[in-house]
Write a protein that binds this ligand. Structure first.
Ligand code: G4P
Length: 532
């Protein structure tokens, strides 16, 4: 039996990611969360705004110093008896595979949507990954202080675009300059809007019961009052009823309306979210399910970050602890490397500061110094146990380029550099099948990764490269490995390649070719991502 303290520590943990399309308000909402946790004194100081939306050019400078993206990878703070870990999923220009992988470490997700815009492309992509893992997804409909779309329409948008039923937990009364507050369905009361709380956690919003019609009318005014009464009637038919089991299974998204900037509806959202979301979830391994409380220490690597300075072997491996307790200095087994070792310089992020951790629990994220031995998806566990967690899928890159070194004498450094960068998971590399060409095809999820690759090869490996963009947009891994690649017939635009792990796959320019190829090769099975 696990000791009581361990159980308490683990059960109070909530580890989640905030997903959104750029500018929907993820940073602002995170800042307000931290404010409630007392981790910062005044919202706005989590990370420089410039960092969140830095231009491509200054990205290099920022990354060179590295501090920022390392420290913003995960934030930990305490609130209301919970220990909260927020995983950062950059949704900006630096959108990359890292973003997807980070979601593998989360137990739930908060989806921030700009109420004037509804579901946007990046939201859709990130949602897909959450849906694949069936983790609970909570929606914060943001920016009600600005003119917003009709709330019924916004719910339809989520249901139609993302295919997940919604359950509105509260309901907005107007928007923009007519925003009067939200109606809380559980308590049947109206929380009156005021923006006096902006940037602080002080000040209580006025709450009026729905039954107190006179007061409501005087505060809201006739038009808003009438609209609210009408909406309350319609609400029962809108969305789905609340069902915790459906939420847990990622099949129903509770929706909250509010305004992160003016700090309205944020704390109510946080409180409800913490109650509805789960403590660290059990994870699947090759020996079965690993229980977070009963199991001994175990973790998996979901992200590897290399320093941008010339000592490029200085890497940090980010691990999500899945079970038990971690003590600094303890011996662990690196399963894939088959080595018992001590994790060196384990670090954790508390708000914006990095510090060395002495202990950490299931649900926490630690960053450890990686002498170049870890790969994405690796498992570490107590030496007396031995198992591997399910692999982290390789996500489909969306941009491709042919890359070659300019100086042919530098072939060796080029191959070494590009392979190491691919091992870190920043890019994916492919070789053309049977062509014997000395070229490498690079695939990335976000185009910024091309620049990162060029910069790093030049600065860390001293290799200048040439990059020619390729028109491929679709990639499919071949699920049936026994297929004879030479005999496979596709369309003229199709390219046969292998990845870093020698798995065969196909590149296509358009989705029509995928259908044609499937038609022409009976029994062929194609997958959009590949499990390690
Ligand atoms: P992101 O991390 O999702 O990209 O979004 P971020 O929080 O940086 O917010 C993007 C912009 O939207 C910011 O404005 C921010 O102030 C604004 N914003 C966020 N939440 C709300 C809200 O509830 N209401 C309103 N009206 N605006 C909101 P900006 O002008 O780009 O930056 P700044 O000059 O305000 O810092």
């Amino acid at each position: 039996m696990a000791d009581k303290n361990l159980k308490n520590e683990i059960e109070k943990r909530r580890t989640f990611a905030i997903i959104s399309h750029p500018d929907a308000g993820k940073t602002t909402l995170t800042e307000k969360f931290l404010l409630y946790g007392g981790a910062i004194n005044l919202a706005g100081s989590v990370k420089g705004k410039a960092t969140a939306r830095h231009a491509v050019s200054d990205w290099m400078e920022i990354e060179k110093e590295r501090g920022i993206s390392v420290t913003s990878s995960v934030l930990q703070f305490n609130y209301d008896g919970f220990c909260i870990n927020i995983l950062d999923t950059p949704g900006h220009q630096d959108f990359s595979e890292d973003t997807y992988r980070t979601l593998m470490a989360a137990d739930s997700a908060v989806m921030v949507i700009d109420a004037a815009k509804g579901v946007e492309p990046q939201t859709r992509k990130l949602f897909k990954v959450c849906a694949m893992r069936k983790i609970p997804i909570f929606t914060f409909m943001n920016k009600l202080d600005r003119d917003a779309r009709d709330p019924f329409e916004l719910l339809d948008d989520i249901e139609n675009e993302l295919g997940i039923p919604t359950c509105p937990m509260n309901w907005p009364i107007g928007s923009g300059k007519d925003f009067k507050g939200v109606f809380d369905r559980r308590s049947e009361s109206v929380v009156v809007y005021s923006d006096t709380q902006k940037g602080t956690k002080e000040g209580n919003a006025e709450v009026i019961s729905l039954a107190d019609k006179d007061k409501l009318l005087s505060v809201l005014g006739q038009a808003s009052f009438d609209k609210l009464m009408e909406d309350v009637e319609l609400l029962d038919g809108a969305g789905s009823p609340f069902d915790q089991e459906e939420v847990d299974a990622g099949m129903l998204s509770p929706v909250f309306f509010g305004s992160a900037l003016t700090n309205f509806g944020v704390e109510i959202f946080l409180q409800n979210f913490l109650k509805m979301t789960s403590a660290p979830l059990a994870r699947k391994a090759d020996i079965g399910i690993i229980d977070p409380v009963e199991g001994e220490f175990s973790a998996f690597v979901f992200k590897i970050q290399a320093n941008m300075n010339k000592a490029h072997r200085d890497r940090i491996a980010f691990m999500r602890i899945c079970s038990g307790k971690f003590n600094a200095g303890m011996e662990v087994l690196h399963v894939q490397g088959q080595k018992v070792m001590r994790l060196s310089q384990p670090q954790q992020m508390m708000a914006s500061e990095r510090h060395i951790v002495d202990e950490a629990y299931a649900g926490d994220i630690i960053g450890v110094f990686d002498p170049g031995i870890f790969s994405i998806g690796d498992t570490v566990c107590a030496p007396n146990t031995k198992f591997a967690f399910e692999g982290i899928p390789t996500f489909a890159p969306e941009h491709f380029a042919r890359v070659r070194q300019i100086d042919t004498m530098k072939r060796k450094q080029f191959v070494k550099g590009i392979t190491q960068i691919a091992q870190e998971g920043a890019i994916q590399i492919f070789h053309e099948l049977n062509t014997g060409l000395e070229e490498i095809i690079v695939g990335v999820v976000g185009v910024l990764q091309f620049e990162v690759l060029k910069y790093r090869l030049e600065n860390e490996y001293n290799v200048e490269i040439r990059m020619d963009t390729l028109p491929y947009e679709h990639i499919r891994w071949i699920a049936n490995r026994d297929i004879d690649m030479d005999k496979l017939t596709g369309t003229s635009d199709m390219k046969k390649v292998t990845d870093l792990k020698d798995r065969p796959l196909l590149l296509f320019i358009n989705s029509w070719s995928i259908g044609m190829t499937l038609e022409r090769n009976e029994g062929l099975e194609l997958e959009e991502f590949s499990r390690n």
